[in-house]
Design a protein around this ligand. Structure first.
Ligand SMILES: Cc1cc2nc3c(=O)[nH]c(=O)nc-3n(C[C@H](O)[C@H](O)[C@H](O)COP(=O)(O)O)c2cc1C
Length: 194
């Protein structure tokens, strides 16, 4: 069974980006995929300290819950990452997870080791929410580029970003069924390979 990894980047449980991520999960379950959901803020993941250890081994020297996340990232067939917009970027918790993927960068580009066996090409989506309703879509440029950089580094095809504005309070997105519908549809398209 194909694996669908959902990564919730917000420290606010039940918030807008997590509600949308749960809609993506619903789409994945309806498509018959095996779903795994990570709530980054509930994992023990230290930031990268740039020790350079991964340049020698392709492994991160920090022993925390990121070790399990590497495995899940590399085994997934589909990855959906969700984050609130924080000062034009992603949440600090999610940024720590992404920075720790420097070990996979080193494995691939310094040590020239394959990240996966075979020719599997996972695909991924990024979902982000912001409070400002009238902001230009450019506010998501930085966070989108960060997630694209992650996907490109760990060889996940970036299938697109879903960016939703005007979502300030915790479950504001519940008043926007069209955002939920768009997320469900985009996830089914991701899985269908469109
Ligand atoms: C630390 C912090 C920084 C934020 N920065 C921005 C911002 O730069 N632009 C914006 O429109 N909203 C900003 N917001 C609002 C959140 O992006 C918005 O409420 C989002 O929908 C929260 O998603 P969540 O409910 O999944 O946590 C910020 C919120 C916090 C707590």
């Amino acid at each position: 069974m194909k694996k669908f990894l959902a990564i919730a980047g917000s420290p606010r449980r039940g918030g807008n980006s997590e509600i949308l991520l749960d809609e993506a999960i619903r789409a994945a379950r309806d498509a018959g995929l095996e779903v795994d959901k990570l709530v980054v803020a509930e994992l023990d993941i230290s930031p990268c300290n740039s020790c350079g250890g991964c340049w020698e081994t392709g492994e991160c020297v920090i022993e925390d819950e990121m070790q399990g996340v590497y495995k899940k990232l590399l085994e997934a067939d589909y990855v959906v990452v969700a984050s609130p917009l924080y000062f034009l970027g992603i949440s600090a918790q999610l940024k720590a997870l992404i920075d720790r993927c420097q070990a996979l960068w080193a494995r691939r580009f310094i040590l020239k080791k394959p990240l996966r066996d075979g020719h599997r090409q996972p695909r991924g989506l990024f979902i982000s929410t912001a409070a400002l309703g009238k902001a230009e879509d450019i506010v998501f440029a930085g966070s989108g580029q960060t997630v694209r950089a992650l996907f490109s580094t760990i060889e996940i095809e970036y299938a697109g970003g879903l960016f939703f504005k005007g979502l300030e309070v915790r479950d504001a997105v519940k008043s926007h069924p069209e955002f939920l519908e768009e997320t469900y549809r985009a996830t089914r398209e991701l899985i269908a390979g469109k």
